[in-house]
Ligand binder design. Structure first.
Ligand code: 2AM
Ligand code: CA
Ligand code: CA
Ligand code: CA
Length: 283
């Protein structure tokens, strides 16, 4: 299927082409990973595919825009402090690409077909392009600031659900057992009894794309990094949804504790996390 280039602008075309090539590569390697490495813990996996795909995306971007900065997950030392420092460093650049070569590495390794490539472009601090590609379903989600969000030519729209009780909500558990898992567990305990169901698919970026496409009504997760969120956030905003931190403050690139929704059920999610002290912030 042909992807859809919203405005025909160069940046978006480059992001789409990089995501498509990366996705093909990843899909061709599913079930064939030989060397499995770990990062912050035994649960935090990395493969030669993550590294190789990120290198390929970097080269492709730099071929077109040699003076742009690139923040990629595999180019940053593991750990939240390093990620925060890297964000600060590249913030100074007018053109910043944010790349997650494989979002959902654990799924990729296990052969659970739910993972994606995520590529965003931030221009002078403003999220400008967001592309998420799911190679398994051949779904290319594309957003451009002010121009809308599309999947293969069809505009994506968040759901119109306004009953929290009838909502389907996605969430996730990053591998951090000290911090993220207990907080997300507390959030789950607060939210699950109030809604129709929870899905935790293991790819933050793909869950954000699903909020944009109205396939889930909302999503939250504590302990993420900019490469998990940047592209998906623009997709949601351009699809009529809302993205904040877990306290309800507007998203920015340094936000690690995310609430995303169709807008209508947003306050229920934030309130549930605040009431359960499951925001990830020490209040
Ligand atoms: P990844 O597959 O790119 O590593 C699952 O809840 C989400 O957590 C995935 O999007 C996953 O991205 C992300 N994740 C994995 N390791 C992480 C870590 N050490 N810190 C924060 N998020 C992580
Ligand atoms: Ca990872
Ligand atoms: Ca990720
Ligand atoms: Ca990744």
């Amino acid at each position: 299927r042909e992807p859809y280039v919203v405005s025909g602008k160069g940046y978006t075309a480059v992001a789409i082409s990089a995501a498509a090539k990366a996705g093909e590569w990843i899909k061709s390697r599913q079930g064939q990973v030989k060397e499995l490495g770990t990062k912050t813990s035994a649960q935090d996996l990395v493969t030669e595919v993550d590294k190789g795909v990120e290198q390929m995306i970097r080269r492709l971007i730099l071929t077109h825009y040699s003076d742009h900065a690139i923040l990629g997950e595999e180019g940053v030392p593991p750990g939240a402090a390093a990620a925060t420092a890297a964000v600060e460093e590249v913030r100074e650049n007018d053109y910043l690409w944010i790349v997650d070569p494989v979002d959902g590495t654990t799924n990729f390794v296990h052969g659970f077909p739910f993972y994606c490539v995520s590529i965003a472009l931030v221009v002078r601090g403003e999220l400008t392009v967001g592309v998420i590609y799911d190679p398994i379903r051949d779904e290319m989600f594309v957003a451009e600031k002010g121009k809308g969000a599309y999947m293969h030519g069809v505009p994506t729209k968040v759901s119109v659900e306004n009953e929290f009780g009838d909502s389907l909500i996605a969430m996730g558990f990053p591998p951090d057992r000290e911090f993220a898992q207990p907080v997300n567990m507390a959030g789950l305990q607060s939210i699950l009894p109030q809604i129709r169901g929870v899905r935790a698919g293991g790819s933050a970026a793909l869950h954000l794309a699903y909020v944009a496409a109205g396939r889930v009504d909302g999503y939250w997760e504590v302990g993420l990094n900019p490469w998990d969120c940047a592209a998906g956030v623009l997709l949601i905003l351009e699809s009529g949804g809302k993205v904040t931190d877990t306290l309800g403050r507007p998203y920015d690139i340094s936000t690690r504790h995310i609430v995303a929704s169709n807008g209508r059920i947003h306050d229920y999610l934030v309130k549930s996390l605040v009431d359960a002290e499951a925001t990830g912030y020490k209040l």
